[in-house]
Design a protein around this ligand. Structure first.
Ligand code: GDP
Length: 405
C-alpha cells in the first residue's frame, strides 16, 4: 500500500443536502457502480429510500467504510452519521478520518447540522473541503453559502471554482487555478470537457481568482510576495499553498450538482490534491496504565500493531468489526490483544469492503481501514500485540458541554 496515495475521507452533511447522492456518484465515477439509473425521482422530491435503492442495485452506499479508487489513489469512504449530535459514534467516525468533504445545499446553505458537524470537525482538527451541492436548484447561490461559511462557522472559506450557468442551466465550473472551464458530456456526465472560460464570465472569474489568491496568501509568504509584486504565479505553487492551507484549517469551496452529474470529478481531484494522507496525520494514543502518558503512533508497518475498532456491524455473513490500523500490520489468522479486556483474539478474516463486493485480504497495514471478522469487542476498543500497550478510546470522550439557560 502506497500510503502517500491513500485517502481516508468522510462525507458530512446536513440531512437532505445530497450526501447519499454524492456518495453514490463517487462510487459510480470510481467505477464501482456501472450505471446511474434515474430511480430517485427528479431531484428534490420523490426520494427512494436508501435501503430500497441498495436492494434494487445490489450495492452498498452507506457501509461503515467503502473502498474505491480514483486516478490510481485508493480512497476509503467512511460513513459519518450526520444526524446525531455529540454521540460517541460520530466522534469515533471522525477520529478515524484523515479528511472530510462538508456538503452543503446551494439554497439551504449552512444549516443546523452543518454547524454541529463543523464543531466536531474542529474538535478533531479534521482537514476539509466544502462542496456546495444542488447548484441546479432555483435560488442556488454559492457566494451566499461561502459567506455563511465565513460568518456562521468562522471558516476561512474561499471559492476555488466559479459556476458556469445559473440554476437550471448550471453546466459546470471554472477552475480558478488553471482558469479553465470544466463542463460535461453524456447524460451521465462521465466525460469532463476542458475548455476556455466563457467570455461573459471572464471578468468575474478573474475577480474570484484574485480573492482566492488573496485568501491563500495568508498561508504563504512566497505567494504573498508574488501577489504584491504582481509576478506570475505558477499553478504548482497554488496547489502547494492550498494543501498547506487545508492542513492549517482553511476551507476551500467547490460546487456542483451530484444529481445532475455535474462537477463531481473535480471534487474528487481536490480530495487527492488537498486532503492529507495517513502520513500527514499525527496520532497519539495513551498508556493504559497512566493515561496522562501519551504514545505517538506512526503509520509504519514495521512498528508494533495498534488498531481501533470504530464500528461493529452485523450482516448476513457475520459480524464485521471496522478497524483503523494506526501502526504496524495485521495478518489473517493472527492473534491480537484487546487493550480493554486484555483478552487475546484471533482475526480469522480480514475484508476490504467495496460497494459491490467484499474482498478477502491476507494482511492490512498502518493507515488503512478494513473490516475484521471473528472478534467480539465493543466499538472503541483498541487492539495491540501485547497487554497494556496503548489505548485510543479515552481520547474521544468529548469535554462535557453544559448549557444552563
Ligand atoms: P442526504 O440526506 O444528504 O443523503 O441527501 P440525498 O442524497 O438523499 O438527497 C436528498 C434529495 O436531494 C433527493 O431527493 C435527491 O435526489 C436530491 N438531490 C441530491 N443532489 C441533488 C442535486 O445536485 N440537485 C438537485 N436538484 N437535487 C439533488
Amino acid at each position: 500500500m502506497n500510503l502517500e496515495k491513500l485517502r481516508n475521507i468522510g462525507i458530512s452533511a446536513h440531512i437532505d443536502s445530497g450526501k447519499t447522492t454524492l456518495s453514490e456518484r463517487i462510487l459510480y465515477y470510481c467505477g464501482r457502480i456501472h450505471k446511474i439509473e434515474d430511480v430517485r425521482g427528479g431531484g428534490d422530491g420523490a426520494t427512494m429510500d436508501h435501503m430500497e435503492l441498495e436492494k434494487e442495485r445490489g450495492i452498498t452506499i452507506t457501509s461503515a467504510a467503502t473502498s474505491v479508487e480514483w486516478k490510481g489513489h485508493p480512497i476509503n469512504l467512511i460513513d459519518t452519521p450526520g444526524h446525531v449530535d455529540f454521540t460517541v459514534e460520530v466522534e469515533r467516525s471522525l477520529r478515524v478520518l484523515d479528511g472530510a468533504v462538508l456538503v452543503l445545499c446551494s439554497v439551504g446553505g449552512v444549516q443546523s447540522q452543518s454547524i454541529t458537524v463543523d464543531r466536531q470537525m474542529k474538535r478533531y482538527q479534521c482537514p476539509r473541503v466544502a462542496f456546495i451541492n444542488k447548484m441546479d436548484r432555483t435560488g442556488a447561490n454559492p457566494f451566499r453559502v461561502a459567506e455563511q461559511l465565513r460568518e456562521k462557522l468562522g471558516a476561512d472559506a474561499f471559492l476555488m471554482q466559479y459556476p458556469i450557468g445559473h440554476e437550471e442551466s448550471f453546466s459546470g465550473v471554472v477552475d480558478l487555478i488553471e482558469m479553465k472551464a470544466y463542463t460535461h458530456g453524456g447524460t451521465e456526465g462521465e466525460e469532463v470537457i476542458v475548455g476556455d472560460i466563457p467570455a461573459d464570465i471572464k471578468d468575474e472569474c478573474d475577480k474570484y481568482r484574485g480573492l482566492m489568491l488573496e485568501a491563500l496568501s495568508m498561508y504563504s509568504d512566497e505567494l504573498m510576495e508574488k501577489l504584491l509584486s504582481e509576478e506570475e504565479i505558477s499553478s504548482d505553487l497554488i496547489y502547494k499553498v492550498t494543501r498547506d492551507a487545508v492542513l492549517g484549517g482553511a476551507t476551500p469551496v467547490y460546487m456542483g450538482s451530484a444529481y445532475k452529474n455535474k462537477a463531481v470529478q473535480p471534487l474528487l481531484d481536490a480530495v487527492l490534491k488537498y486532503l492529507p494522507s495517513p502520513l500527514d496525520r499525527e496520532i497519539k494514543g495513551s498508556d493504559p496504565k497512566d493515561e496522562t502518558v501519551k504514545i505517538e503512533l506512526r503509520p509504519d508497518p514495521e512498528r508494533p500493531f495498534v488498531g481501533m475498532a470504530f464500528k461493529i456491524v452485523d450482516d448476513a455473513f457475520g459480524q464485521l468489526t471496522f478497524m483503523r490500523i494506526y501502526q504496524g500490520k495485521i495478518e489473517k489468522g493472527g492473534t491480537y490483544i484487546n487493550q480493554r479486556t486484555s483478552k487475546k483474539e484471533r482475526f480469522s478474516r480480514i475484508v476490504r469492503m467495496h460497494s459491490d463486493k467484499r474482498e478477502e485480504i491476507d494482511t492490512a497495514t498502518a493507515g488503512d481501514i478494513v473490516a475484521v471478522m471473528g472478534i467480539d469487542c465493543a466499538s472503541g476498543d483498541t487492539y495491540g500485540i501485547e497487554r497494556d500497550q496503548c489505548t485510543l478510546e479515552s481520547m474521544f470522550i468529548p469535554d462535557p458541554v453544559i448549557k444552563i439557560s
